[in-house]
Design a protein around this ligand. Structure first.
Ligand SMILES: NC(=O)C1=CN([C@@H]2O[C@H](COP(=O)(O)OP(=O)(O)OC[C@H]3O[C@@H](n4cnc5c(N)ncnc54)[C@H](OP(=O)(O)O)[C@@H]3O)[C@@H](O)[C@H]2O)[C@@H](O)CC1
Ligand SMILES: [K+]
Length: 500
């Protein structure tokens, strides 16, 4: 599945019309009918349906939905939130068909009755504003949105909840609070941005007959189980431990020995061939007592030649619980100078700010795994700015510094140095705890050393991390009690689901 911006959607629409001779009226009919099909699940034969229709093509979809439902015998009230002269093009054609069928509508200037009609609804269909919405919501939409949100009705949004932009806009958000949104062909980026996502309620896509090749050409993938099944490498019968990568985890200090332990265990559970943990002499025994399958490297040993000791490894993850000592800064410097694929997390990101310019020159891939706070620190912005503009922030950063960026959040976004992005949809609020990120670093370390593209390895790692948490809360845990250790215990179930 793709996530498609408004600009991309308008382009697809235009090409569908120009190159494939699919008319706008036909696409609107398809959209309206596809959504009606879904709406039927929410109706009983006595339901009173109110369809709110705006001035643009989102409103055009509303005319088709109202006509189709009325034609099936449902009691439908259509309110046109626009003056007649504002309804143009394809929407006007469908309005004419609606009226030709003999169905009634209420006009926007009939203020005294339309509020009562909205209040009488069992189900409200919001076909007021879609991807053409820009800026701040204007009247009369503002008052209508407030009225809808004050009522306890089933609200179904067409393409987007009105008031939610396809992508971020500045200013406060006033939008329809939908129970479910039926997204035309693809969810728009705002479905994955914290400040807008809740307005969608649940969301599902509907197919309206646009050529698949046009959608597939869009750059942002919503990573689904199908994608994971297609791309997650299966182990070859003749493989040996050397075929699955030799990983090094560097981190931990005496006040935080658990982080590397989580990373190491997660890496081992995620398919790494051989794993070494490098840490301080006081941390190593604590980790070693819990992680039997790893080997260890004392990074505080004065005789250690760090540069030569990291040479045999295929990839390195650094930063988890590492602390901010001079020693850890030196480890990070050496790791950045190396020609190894590296994952920089947590305290490693703290030191990274002064090294950013070096990243673009690295010969091997660099993967950064910031949460929004760390991202904000790296770009001198507020956390809110990062959360409001995650796609743009991640893309600019990944392209500028030629890194793979895993921007963590409720929907973790993986961005490649060429700007391609994937959105993760697994995971739950149980992950909002110390230790979750350490596990993710371990899964990533293991996955990037397997076959397949780096983009799919990273997207799969995020998917499996979230899936383990989702499976953990199915029967055993809740989002309140879930610990990172529990997540690791559910990695076997997650892998089995993805590999079978
Ligand atoms: N292939 C596809 O994708 C297909 C897409 N289809 C559908 O078309 C939809 C896109 O239609 P669209 O381009 O006409 O825009 P739409 O969302 O109806 O909004 C335009 C209206 O909003 C108004 N308006 C804007 N900002 C506002 C504000 N702040 N406050 C208040 N009003 C504001 C603006 O008014 P204006 O600024 O012009 O005065 C104008 O009247 C899409 O989401 C999907 O549902 C399907 O039919 C078939 C194929
Ligand atoms: K809408």
């Amino acid at each position: 599945m793709k996530s498609v911006t408004a600009k991309e959607m308008y382009n697809i629409d235009r090409k569908a019309m120009e190159d494939y001779h699919l008319s706008g009226v036909l696409l609107m009919e398809n959209a309206g009918r596809a959504i009606t099909e879904k709406v039927l699940k929410h109706l009983s034969k006595d339901s009173i349906v109110v369809v709110l229709v705006g001035a643009g093509n989102n409103g055009g979809d509303g005319f088709v939905i109202a006509r189709t439902l009325a034609n099936l015998g449902f009691q439908v009230n259509l309110i046109q939130i626009a003056f007649d002269q504002q309804i143009k093009g394809d929407a006007a054609e469908h309005k004419a068909i609606y009226l030709k069928f003999g169905y009634q509508m209420t006009q926007i200037n009939q203020t005294d009755i339309y509020q009562d009609i909205i209040q009488s609804a069992d189900v409200i269909i919001d076909a007021m504003l879609g991807i053409g919405f820009q800026g701040e919501l204007k009247e009369p939409y503002r008052s209508i949105v407030k009225l809808i949100n004050s009522l306890n009705k089933t609200v179904i949004a067409v393409d987007l909840p009105s008031g939610v932009p396809a992508e971020t806009v500045d200013g406060p958000t006033l939008a329809v609070q939908a129970d479910i949104t039926y997204c035309i062909e693809a969810p728009k980026p705002s479905a994955f941005i914290e400040r807008y996502a809740n307005f969608y309620g649940e969301w599902e896509t509907v197919e309206i007959g646009l050529p698949k090749s046009l959608l597939e050409a869009c750059k942002t993938d919503v990573w689904t189980l199908d994608k994971v099944k297609q791309t997650l490498p299966k182990r070859d019968k003749h493989s040996h431990k050397g075929s699955h990568g030799r990983g090094l985890v560097i981190g931990g200090h005496k006040e935080m020995p658990g982080a590397v332990r989580l990373t190491a265990t997660a890496a081992l559970r995620s398919g790494v061939g051989l794993l070494t943990v490098g840490s301080t002499s006081d941390v190593l025994p604590i980790v070693a007592s819990a992680v039997t399958e790893a080997t260890y490297m004392d990074l505080t040993d004065p005789k250690l030649d760090f540069e030569s000791r990291i040479q045999p490894f295929d990839a390195i993850a650094i930063g988890m619980g590492m602390g901010r000592s001079d020693l850890s800064r030196q480890w990070l410097d050496a790791v950045i100078e190396s020609d190894k694929p590296i994952i920089i997390d947590a305290d490693g990101l703290y030191f990274l700010k002064s090294h950013l310019a070096k990243l673009a020159e690295r010969k091997a891939p660099t993967i950064l795994t910031p949460h929004p706070g760390e991202m904000a620190m790296l770009i001198d912005q507020t956390i809110q700015y990062v959360k409001n503009n995650p796609f743009e922030v991640a893309k600019d950063f990944a392209k500028n510094y030629q890194v793979y960026l895993v921007l963590k959040g409720a929907y973790t976004i993986v961005t490649c140095p060429n700007g391609e992005q994937t959105i993760n949809t697994t995971g739950n609020p149980g992950l909002a705890k110390g230790g979750s990120g350490d596990c993710l670093a371990g899964i990533i370390l293991a996955q990037i050393m397997q076959k397949g593209s780096l983009k799919s390895s990273l997207a799969n790692a995020c998917y499996i991390h979230g899936l383990a948490a989702d499976l953990a809360i199915e029967d055993h845990h809740s989002t309140t009690d879930l610990l990172a250790t529990d997540l690791i215990n559910f990695l076997p179930d997650a892998f089995r689901k993805c590999l079978n």
